[in-house]
Design a protein around this ligand. Structure first.
Ligand SMILES: *Cc1c(COP(=O)(O)O)cnc(C)c1O
Length: 407
């Protein structure tokens, strides 16, 4: 095993762009200051953080003072959901979210439920999108927060943020969106989309791990947030802890690069995905999970009949690094909660592949992956004596071929 497999797991994390690394370098040893310090070392770091904050704010049409740096989207989601719950509980204890959210949204909600909050989990339609009318109907007098993700980390579907924002605004309920997969990949505009809180992370967009942000609206309405980390009072007291300039500078560089190439990169990724999908959909018994059009350009998620999910991953692991539809945590073999929410049965939810194509993948790589995935599926199906449905129906009407098919 000299060569590593082709990386096609960009929803788990992306390779860091070299240009991001270059931008970060000076802030480790040379410009090492603490942005809170009141001397030239501090000012140097503070000025870099300020610039980064502006770049990130601009990318979502927010103001710099509305950006609170966190350790990533997990922390941003926790801060948004628990912070709003704690600040607004006297107005109501009802929260609305969606069954297909990331665990970093579902688990804080579940935690709040254990404290006496009430959580409504909206189902999704078979294409992964929520029903807006269902959302309107779920909002109550005591609803304080609606949390719906921008782009799904398994099936890539894009929820209708502007429509959701408008419904929330109309009912005067706060709208939080987890945009970990969306920042600098699809257009985001907190003003136009009427978003009150937005979670961001750097490492899904070719930036470093361990850095993210929460956007918190400051005007109409001014969103109140109860701090979840107390200490030195950094980030307006909302998130204490010494800021980490290399990570923050890297985050901003990644966002800046992403914004600069958003359109051309989307086209490129769509082309690669089309190449992969057109090859794989020529096989029988392959099901696309999630809406094909309302979707991140680099995402493909497939359920495959006639194969075992674990065997498929094992068969592919030398060639391609990707993930399957079983829960992300390695220890768990439960089928994905996202795929079961689409109505996929356990078997199909299990026998699935999540392909996350990114900036550094090439046409040649995609051709190799398409070839290998198809060959592995065919080999496993042969071993399982699997036949496509139409054939099996034929067998029923033609006993002779049914016998030969049994071998
Ligand atoms: C990756 C991801 C997270 C977690 O982000 P971290 O920065 O790794 O904590 C949260 N939500 C979604 C949708 C994600 O894809």
């Amino acid at each position: 095993m000299s060569q590593k497999p082709i990386y096609l797991d960009c929803h788990a994390t992306t390779p860091m762009d070299e240009r991001v690394f270059e931008a970060m370098k000076p802030y480790f040893c040379d410009r090492f200051g603490n942005p809170s310090s009141v001397h030239v070392y501090g000012w140097e770091a503070e000025s870099a953080v300020k610039q980064a904050r502006t770049i990130i704010a601009d990318a979502i049409n927010a103001n710099p003072e509305e950006i609170i740096f966190t350790s990533g989207a997990t922390e941003a989601n926790n801060l948004a959901i628990k912070g709003v719950a704690e600040a607004y509980f006297s107005q109501g204890k009802h929260i609305i979210t969606v069954t297909t959210e990331h665990r970093a949204v579902l688990d804080p909600c579940q935690y709040l439920a254990s404290l006496g909050f009430e959580v409504t989990y909206l189902p999704v339609q078979s294409d992964g999108l929520i029903d807006l009318q269902q959302l309107s109907l779920a909002i109550r007098e005591d609803t304080i927060l609606v949390s719906v993700m921008a782009a799904n980390n398994e099936i890539g579907v894009l929820q209708p943020l502007a429509e959701i924002g408008s419904i929330c605004h109309e009912h005067q309920v706060l709208f939080h969106t987890d945009a970990a997969q969306a920042i600098a990949k699809i257009p985001l505009d907190v003003a136009k989309m009427q978003i009150d809180l937005m979670s961001l992370t750097a490492h899904k967009v070719y930036g470093p791990k361990g850095i993210g942000a929460l956007y918190i609206r400051r005007r109409s309405p001014k969103v109140k947030i109860a701090a979840q980390l107390q200490g030195g009072g950094q980030e307006k007291g909302i998130r204490s802890g010494t800021l980490y300039p290399p990570q923050i500078v890297g985050f901003a560089k990644a966002v800046e690069l992403g914004m600069g190439v958003m359109e051309t990169e989307s086209k490129y990724l769509l082309q690669l995905r089309g190449q992969l999908w057109s090859k794989l959909k020529s096989l029988p018994g392959i099901h696309l999970n999630g809406n094909l059009n309302q979707r991140l350009p680099g995402n493909l998620n497939l359920s495959i009949e006639g194969v075992d999910g674990a065997a498929l991953l094992l068969g592919l692991q030398q060639t391609v690094a990707l993930s399957s539809g079983s829960a992300c945590s390695a220890a768990s073999t439960a089928p994905s909660h996202v795929l079961t929410a689409l109505g996929r049965n356990k078997k199909l939810a299990h026998a699935s592949l999540r392909l996350g194509i990114g900036r550094f993948n090439t046409t040649e790589e995609i051709a190799t992956v398409a070839q290998e995935v198809a060959a592995t599926i065919e080999a496993l199906r042969q071993a399982n004596h699997w036949q496509p449905k139409e054939k099996r129906n034929e067998e029923i009407s033609n006993p002779a071929s049914a016998v030969s098919g049994k071998r």
